[in-house]
Design a protein around this ligand. Structure first.
Ligand code: ZN
Length: 358
């Protein structure tokens, strides 16, 4: 009797185990774990492959698990599992699978797609929109981002954008009734750099907003943070001048470059945010406050040129100068001085840089 009872208990346990092994929740967990493993392995040796290449590494067992989630009968558990899979697909910029998951989620639980949002990926970034955006919005936003990165290429020539080389930058935009905080750089994600941006208009990306918030400049500014932070977690050595400098420089460059006319039709920030405007009330170069650091950067821009600043930052990245906090690049101005010294050939320019950055 005892044997039969324990046999029944054992069988039940086994059945439960088999059941749970094939549940949408455990399948979603298996798929997400496989992607997490790929990202974690890449993090240990970043930059050798691109994110698009990483996608080829998803094991068949994980893909079969995803297939089972996609075919699971509708239930709240299946919806949860689909959400988890959707997040995982985005962690590897796997847009084709993300769209399949999203469509299925729409059938299983029409309210959930709002939480996962929609996304568009390009070579260097992924834009994710949370909220009910009109068709085409994300693509238009991606076009603006691509133009900004192109402008950064032309002006500074920064090579690696993401804090984890090879991974795409993430930009998360979310529709809010009112913007209460500006766009910000979210450094906490383990495998990529992310910019978080609230937007108020669901039909098209316009800037400034009716309340005068400079969202276009804001995006250019946040990209400056992505490239470099100064000082450490507690002390901002640049007094928050660096991202402002790169931001206004890019806004101005785009506003005077004819090919960006189309992109800038609804983005009019250059009227209020530009390098020329900063020059007008430029203070004396110093390291003591924001005005001083901004003046230092503008002086450096004039004597060495933004391409030299870009080359110095690429050098700093290549030589692993400064330090990393959660993989985010943190430098000091003495690193910049040293890098400029290494990368500028012309003796006169070198001497001029030495006067700006002692
Ligand atoms: Zn900032």
């Amino acid at each position: 009797m005892r044997t039969t009872l324990s046999a029944i208990v054992l069988l039940t346990t086994l059945c439960l185990h088999v059941l749970s092994a094939a549940s949408p929740a455990s399948d979603a967990a298996r798929y997400a774990a496989a992607i997490d493993q790929i990202n974690a392995a890449h993090l240990r040796k970043p930059g050798r492959v691109t994110e698009d290449e990483l996608r080829g590494q998803i094991p068949q067992t994980a893909l079969r698990a995803l297939d089972r989630v996609l075919k699971a009968r509708p239930s709240p558990e299946t919806a949860d599992a689909l959400l988890k899979c959707g997040e995982a697909a985005l962690d590897l910029a796997d847009m084709e699978r993300f769209q399949r998951i999203r469509e299925r989620l729409q059938q299983v639980d029409p309210d959930r797609p709002d939480r996962i949002g929609d996304a568009v990926a390009r070579d260097r970034f992924l834009v994710r929109g949370i909220g009910d955006f009109e068709a085409g919005y994300l693509n238009e936003f991606a076009n603006v981002t691509e133009a900004i990165l192109e402008a950064y290429d032309e002006v500074f020539g920064f090579k690696e954008w993401s804090k984890v080389a090879g991974k795409k930058i993430r930009i998360r935009i979310h529709l809010v009734p009112e913007i209460t905080r500006p766009p910000h750089f979210a450094p906490q994600y383990p495998y990529h750099s992310e910019i978080d941006m609230p937007v108020v208009d669901d039909s098209e990306f316009r800037s400034p907003t009716p309340k005068g918030q400079m969202m276009f400049y804001g995006l250019c500014h946040e990209l400056g943070h992505l490239i470099a932070m100064w000082g450490d977690r507690d002390t901002m050595e640049d007094h928050h001048a660096w991202a402002h400098y790169t931001g206004v420089t890019i806004v101005e460059h785009m506003s005077v470059t004819p090919k960006y006319r189309g992109v800038l039709e609804k983005l009019r920030d250059a009227q209020w945010r530009s390098l020329s405007l900063e020059r007008r009330n430029q203070g004396e170069p110093s390291m003591t406050d924001r005005a001083g650091v901004l003046a230092t950067l503008i002086r450096l821009h004039d004597v060495a040129g933004p391409r030299s600043i870009g080359a110095a930052l690429n050098y700093m990245e290549k030589e692993a100068m400064g330090h990393r906090i959660n993989h985010v690049r943190y430098y000091r101005f003495k690193d910049l001085r040293q890098a400029l010294d290494q990368t500028i050939d012309d003796r006169q320019t070198k001497a001029a840089v030495g006067e700006v950055l002692p």
